[in-house]
Design a protein around this ligand. Structure first.
Ligand code: TXA
Ligand code: MG
Length: 335
């Protein structure tokens, strides 16, 4: 078990099975002056969410080492599934605290960091990231944004910030603070307002855990990446737009049975709420806590090498994303 949010944050009431209502926070609008950056960093350190500008789009930032904050990102966006998120850091040295670096990473980041390039590399031991950030994968996506306000915030906070685009799921990515406010005002602690984003398109994602592979087209044309590399990029497998979603990345070795009301035969049981199980996603039935623990629990269950039963999880709020991931984990295995 990592240091994922095993407890709900003290500053937040337990939210149980419902999503947070739209208007229970008054969202602070901060400028990127010294006071605004300090305030934004302090809020991140408390586990609160802060939207901030990058050169691509505004990001919805949360402490990547705080499982509850990361669960809150998914809840706030209303994401119906758990994609792995990108961690944002101030510079290459900071990035190398979390990933196992290689020569290709050195070449590409020398050419394009800071800037709209995200690279995916294997996790380094002791990274301390929430397993919800990586969606339980052994790799993580990392990026050093070029926007001065983002750099200032990341330096002041001093840790990795998970940040998908700061819009409700399914809506258009925000390139101004006003876009962010229109979608998320009242749901997040603060917005760092520094005008429109220059690039307006998410970062290009290159997988470097193996031959350099284009995982998402974005702010840097793939031709430019190939020029820096000196050879063509490999293409991601057909139809895979969010590679972290590959079923085979998550499936435990043993069969998995969902909505289980009792243990059958040799099963090990994952509980929730009143259903205790052999281990539980959340004894109090808190979906934020369950989300923060989900991938650690799947790894632990896998170690038993026994069939797995999972108690019912309510199909509300973060429960939808938890159930989506569990259905993928329980799906017939890909060849
Ligand atoms: O421009 C951007 O990159 C913006 C700004 C805010 O920085 N951020 C952004 O983050 O687009 P996000 O978290 O929405 O991007 C997540 C995507 C996933 O859907 C997946 O495609 C890829 O990054 N990704 C993350 N972790 C991965 C991993 N371990 N392996 C493969 N792909 C991964
Ligand atoms: Mg997005």
């Amino acid at each position: 078990m990592g240091q994922d949010g095993m407890q709900p944050r003290p500053s937040q009431p337990e939210r149980g099975v419902t999503m947070r209502p739209a208007m229970d926070l008054s969202t602070e609008i901060l400028r990127a002056d010294r006071g605004g950056i300090a305030r934004a960093a302090a809020l991140l350190a408390q586990g609160a969410l802060v939207a901030f500008p990058t050169e691509t789009v505004y990001g919805l930032g949360g402490d990547a080492q705080n499982g509850t904050a990361v669960a809150d990102i998914f809840a706030t966006k209303g994401r119906p599934s758990f994609n792995p998120l990108i961690i944002h850091v101030a510079d290459s040295d900071a990035a190398q605290q979390f990933v196992i670096w290689n020569d290709t990473a050195e070449v590409l980041t020398a050419a394009y960091w800071p800037g709209p390039l995200t690279i995916v590399l294997p996790l380094r031991d002791g990274h301390g990231l929430s397993s919800l950030v990586t969606a339980g994968l052994s790799t993580v996506a990392v990026r050093v944004p070029a926007h001065p306000a983002a750099t200032a915030l990341l330096r002041e906070f001093g840790g990795p910030v998970a940040a998908p685009s700061a819009n409700p799921s399914g809506k258009i990515s925000p390139t101004t603070a006003a876009h962010v406010a229109a979608g998320l005002s009242g749901r997040i602690a603060a917005i760092l307002d520094e005008g429109p984003c220059a690039v307006g398109l998410e970062s290009t994602i290159i997988g470097l855990d193996g031959p350099a592979t284009l995982l998402r087209a974005g702010g840097i044309p793939s031709e430019a990446v190939e020029q820096a590399l000196g050879h063509p990029l490999a293409q991601a497998p057909e139809g895979i737009t969010a590679p972290g979603q590959l079923v085979s990345h998550y499936a435990p070795d043993a069969p998995m049975r969902l909505n289980a009301r009792e243990v059958r035969g040799d099963e090990v049981m994952l509980g929730f709420g009143a259903s205790a199980g052999d281990m539980t996603l959340s004894a109090s039935g808190n979906l934020h806590e369950a989300a923060a623990r989900l991938f650690d629990m799947l790894h632990m269950l896998n170690a038993y090498k026994r069939p797995i039963a999972v108690a019912p999880i309510p199909e509300t709020g973060l429960g939808r994303a938890i159930n989506d991931r569990l259905r993928r984990a329980a799906a017939p295995r890909q060849a």
